[in-house]
Design a protein around this ligand. Structure first.
Ligand code: FDA
Length: 307
């Protein structure tokens, strides 16, 4: 792993650094480059703007690693309110939600996470939209895939995320490439040991292409989450090879990252879904974005110092 990335991800887990950064007078516009806002209202406003520009959306209520059932409940309530609003505003045809199971109780008890995720799925069904389960660090992968399988017995459209940096992912991609399956393929954003994950970026990219081929060869709906221009080009070529037309797979990118490319792909007829995080718990999310790209870190530090 790149030393800067490793350092930032390690710092993300350090309580003192967390306190200093999370309480620093970071202006709203710095965080706002990557986060839609703190309230449902702000999230819905950003969603409307993106949808009106031709993009689809998946919304993430920020929060993770909850070890408090009351906080997990608060997260569920936030999703229920959001789904209600998306439906009322006529946006649920183009906007779904992404859920981190650790934010709804996975670390406390798998059963609790399943119950809470089921409540969100029921609300999504009522709103006429879908849910995708985000994937977190490798210690949660089996549990997340178990919960996915359980949810899919009632809501076959529940999506999962697979991370190409994990050695296991090609097998998971093949297993999840069947009818009705919705899989978001990404490189992976957590600090993982080399016993379970590829360390070298070239390996991660090659794994991404192998997994993409497995998903495109199947009968499910692949969702390719990457900003990497090389991978976007390769996915386009592999999709042609597998006879997949635009609309039979989609591209996904993060809010605030390569917005021009998002619009360019949408103008070519592709479905492009923007991952829009919102809520007060932006710290872990922002640290992962900084770890991915030194330019994001420079942007953030410069804004911090200019305050
Ligand atoms: P990477 O960061 O390797 O960058 C490759 C190239 O892309 C760069 O060299 C540059 O050319 C271009 N690029 C990247 N960032 C840019 C920028 N800011 N500006 C301009 N060019 C840029 N992870 C996870 O573990 N679990 C999850 O559930 C999810 N969910 C998720 C959803 C969506 C929609 C996305 C897009 C990503 C995730 N991720 C994730 C994060 C993912 O695993 C990964 O960490 C990031 O997407 C970064 O990897 P990239 O593939 O974008 O390329």
């Amino acid at each position: 792993m790149n030393p800067l990335r490793s350092l930032i991800l390690a710092a993300a887990g350090n309580d003192t650094i967390r306190r200093v950064i999370a309480t620093a007078p970071v202006s709203r516009d710095v965080v706002r480059r990557f986060v839609a806002g703190e309230t449902t209202e702000e999230a819905v406003a950003v969603t409307r703007r993106l949808v009106e520009s031709g993009l689809a959306v998946t919304l993430d209520y920020l929060g993770e690693d909850t070890t408090d059932a009351a906080l997990a409940e608060q997260t569920v309530q936030a999703y229920l309110e959001l789904l209600d609003r998306l439906k009322a505003e006529g946006l649920s045809g183009r906007a779904e939600v992404s859920v981190k199971l650790s934010a709804v109780g996975q670390l406390l008890d798998e059963e609790l996470a399943l119950t809470n995720a089921s409540r969100i799925c029921r609300a999504a069904e009522d709103a006429g939209t879908t849910v995708t389960l985000d994937m977190e660090d490798h210690t949660t992968t089996d549990s997340t895939l178990r919960i996915l399988a359980e949810l899919r017995t009632t809501w076959p459209w529940v999506g999962a995320v697979l991370q190409s940096y994990l050695h296991r992912t090609l097998d998971d991609a093949v297993r999840l490439s069947g009818d009705g399956s919705r899989v978001r393929l990404c490189k992976g954003a957590y600090k993982e040991p080399d016993t379970v994950a590829f360390d070298e970026i070239g390996e991660v990219d090659r794994s991404y292409v192998r997994c993409a081929n497995a998903l495109l060869a199947g009968t499910g709906y692949p969702m390719f989450a990457t900003h990497d221009p090389r991978l976007v080009r390769i996915i386009g070529e592999r999709a042609d090879h597998h006879g997949r037309k635009p609309g039979e797979f989609e591209f996904q990118m993060l809010f605030g990252i390569r917005p021009d490319e998002q619009l360019r792909l949408a103008q070519q007829g592709h479905t492009v879904r923007v991952y829009v995080p919102y809520g007060g718990q932006w710290y872990g999310y922002l640290m992962r974005r900084m770890a991915e790209r030194p330019a994001n870190t420079v942007f953030f530090l410069r804004a911090l110092m200019s305050k």
